[in-house]
Design a protein around this ligand. Structure first.
Ligand SMILES: Cc1cc2nc3c(=O)[nH]c(=O)nc-3n(C[C@H](O)[C@H](O)[C@H](O)COP(=O)(O)OP(=O)(O)OC[C@H]3O[C@@H](n4cnc5c(N)ncnc54)[C@H](O)[C@@H]3O)c2cc1C
Length: 287
């Protein structure tokens, strides 16, 4: 199928883009890599009256270190981030997850910001951002606000961003933690049936911080505080990782769909969680 008619607008500056978003409101959609939006338009799930193409706006494709924070601009492509030594150094969990995101051709065009705004419930990067306590900088003609990842994903394909807001930057604090990422999908590069993204901070032989985020098991990517709290204060061990996995399975209620039933997704939570935690323990800096 082909998309319905739309106006194509190509601002040269961020201010122009924000003015167009303010003017066209709910009628308009930003287009970045187009890897999700164009498919939605072709299927007529999305029928924006106007597309605001941000690809000509200079400077948005950068990512850089700002003190102990990794900052990623709105047009940073998946492929650039997947290959980035800075991402490997400051956000190794993101680097570990990237091979699971789609395929080379899609990663060449698709952006991290577009991926987060699309908010697919089975997508990798929302869970990664949750596990890393990331933040999103949203800008409109009304001003700017910072939204924590924990408050950004609010439903399937739904975020806290308003229609006139542009996600201009993603910020990830670099932490002295280990990381683990595990995913089951039908084929390499598919969206996840279930995935787990985790970090562990270990000091003096005990877990001092733990994050566990899941996708593919709820309406949007989620953290699991019930499982995280079991880990903190304990020495890392298979036994405590299994207990955390059981707590996660007990507190998450996945849905069944054409790809997998709920019971299989619970099995995946029980199986993948200890694997991710073992990787996180193995990569945690000594302290
Ligand atoms: C065959 C295929 C397989 C895929 N597999 C996976 C996968 O396994 N895992 C995965 O995570 N993704 C997967 N994707 C999606 C891919 O990661 C997309 O690149 C990504 O979801 C969207 O990024 P984009 O830059 O292309 O965004 P676009 O398609 O341009 O936009 C997506 C949405 O975000 C909005 N948007 C974009 N940028 C901004 C911004 N800066 N501010 C506000 N709103 C914005 C748009 O208006 C639109 O609603 C797959 C895609 C395809 C086609």
């Amino acid at each position: 199928m082909k998309p319905a008619h739309f106006d194509y607008l190509r601002p040269a500056t961020l201010d122009e883009a924000l003015a167009l978003l303010a003017e066209r409101g709910e009628d308009a959609r930003v287009i970045a890599g187009g890897q999700s939006l164009v498919a939605m338009m072709n299927l007529r799930f999305a029928r924006p009256a106007a597309l605001i193409d941000i690809n000509r706006i200079a400077g948005l494709d950068q990512h850089w270190q700002d003190g102990s924070v990794l900052r990623i601009g709105a047009l940073a492509r998946h492929a650039a981030l997947a290959a980035s030594p800075l991402v490997r150094e400051l956000a190794p969990l993101m680097a570990a997850a990237y091979p699971h995101v789609a395929h080379h051709a899609i990663r060449n065009r698709g952006t991290l910001a577009g991926n987060l705004c699309h908010a697919d419930p089975a997508s990798e990067m929302p869970a990664v951002l949750l596990a890393l306590d990331g933040e999103l900088r949203l800008r409109s003609v009304r001003g700017e606000r910072i939204v924590k990842a924990a408050d950004f994903f609010i439903g399937p394909y739904t975020t806290a961003a308003q229609a006139d807001e542009l996600l201009v930057e993603v910020a990830i604090p670099a932490r002295s933690v280990g990381h683990g990422f595990e995913e089951m999908s039908i084929r390499q590069g598919d969206f996840a049936l279930t995935l787990v993204a985790s970090t562990l901070g270990i000091r003096g032989g005990r877990i001092v911080s733990a994050t566990l985020a899941y996708a593919g098991v709820d309406a949007h990517a989620i953290r699991c505080p019930q499982a995280e709290s079991i880990l903190v204060g304990e020495p890392p061990s298979d036994a405590v990782f299994e207990r955390a996995a059981s707590a996660a399975a007990a507190s998450i209620t996945p849905a069944s769909d054409q790809h997998a039933d709920a019971e299989y997704r619970l099995d995946l939570i029980r199986t993948l969680t200890p694997r991710a935690l073992r990787s996180a323990a193995a990569t945690a800096p000594a302290g």
